[in-house]
Write a new protein. Structure first.
Length: 317
């Protein structure tokens, strides 16, 4: 559980950094940036899997494809869902729609929580119920304010939810599944790179190669941690912990020049309060775990002491 929480926090922090990092690739459009991201991420994900000892997962999925070729179609669907999200993540801040995309990431955890509750029968704590209630207030106000939800918001919230549920059903919710998705996205990524002037631009600005490598490293760390967290945590907890990411994305969007209008605050503040509730619950959980470890250590020390005392008494006798 603690490992899953750690992976989730690392993923959220890395995605927040990536949102800002796209500014270093301003010479490229969103399609070109997407292309380089996929091409640069694949080798670093492979390296990450090697370090974690997970390369066997690639072979296991290949064997499933050989045994049932139609399984490849489901992998292609997963790759398409994931690829669209990766493109939208880059497209948003480049086109001044970062807040709309970040609102989708605010809505995503709520959808994941509902999926965990409805599809998998996962239970909700009082803090989680309170967080959901606050999130519903913020989202409802946004719908009332605008009259609808931006297409970017819906695509993130619904698209990613379908993606995660499908991966769980296919049992490809691990780095091996993601490796295959990246491989299947590679032809589209190469098309975006080769059918543009990106190679010419990078020849004129060699420092961009380092920027692209950095994009690959950050993507591998962020996406790898995110997918590991989704596997290690219940869908409800994974969804609620995901609230950290949109907070960071919104802050980065504000830093990059976007702004929250006066009538938008009632949309964002309740959701940020929901994040606060989850932080409190998480802190309480970590504190309880720490107290349990301390209590266990004390009991172990007491037992050892009693054993030593008993042994001394026998020797004395």
């Amino acid at each position: 559980m603690l490992k899953g929480i750690l992976f989730s926090v690392i993923a959220s922090a890395t995605f927040g950094l990536l949102y800002f990092y796209t500014q270093f690739l301003a010479v490229f459009n969103s399609e070109q940036t997407f292309g380089w991201r996929i091409v640069a991420t694949l080798p670093f994900v492979t390296l990450l899997m090697y370090l974690l000892g997970d390369l066997v997962q690639i072979k296991q999925i290949y064997q499933r494809i050989v045994q049932k070729p139609s399984f490849l179609l489901m992998l292609i669907l997963c790759a398409a869902l994931c690829g669209f999200q990766l493109w939208l993540f880059l497209w948003g801040p480049i086109h001044g729609r970062g807040l709309q995309v970040s609102l989708g990431y605010f809505l995503l955890p709520l959808i994941l929580v509902l999926c965990g509750w409805l599809l998998y029968g996962e239970k909700l704590s009082k803090f989680q119920i309170g967080a959901i209630f606050l999130a519903i207030i913020g989202i409802s106000h946004e719908i009332w304010r605008v009259g609808s939800i931006a297409w970017e918001t819906l695509c993130v919230a619904i698209g990613y939810s379908v993606y995660f549920v499908l991966r769980k059903k296919l049992q490809t919710d691990h780095l091996g599944g993601f490796w295959w998705e990246l491989l299947l996205m590679s032809p589209v990524a190469l098309y975006f790179i080769l059918n543009s002037k990106t190679l010419t631009i990078m020849a004129l600005q060699p420092s961009l190669w380092l920027v692209v490598m950095g994009l690959g490293v950050l993507s591998a760390i962020g996406l790898g941690s995110y997918l590991l967290a989704s596997r290690l945590l219940p869908l409800v907890l994974f969804g609620l912990l995901s609230y950290l990411e949109p907070v960071l994305l919104a802050l980065v969007s504000l830093f990059l020049g976007e702004s929250i209008q006066p009538d938008e605050w009632l949309s964002y503040v309740p959701i940020w309060c929901a994040v606060g509730l989850l932080v409190i619950e998480g802190s309480m959980y970590l504190y309880r775990q720490k107290q349990k470890r301390i209590s266990l250590q004390r009991k172990t020390a007491t037992l050892e002491s009693l054993k030593q005392q008993h042994g001394a008494d026998e020797n004395h006798g």
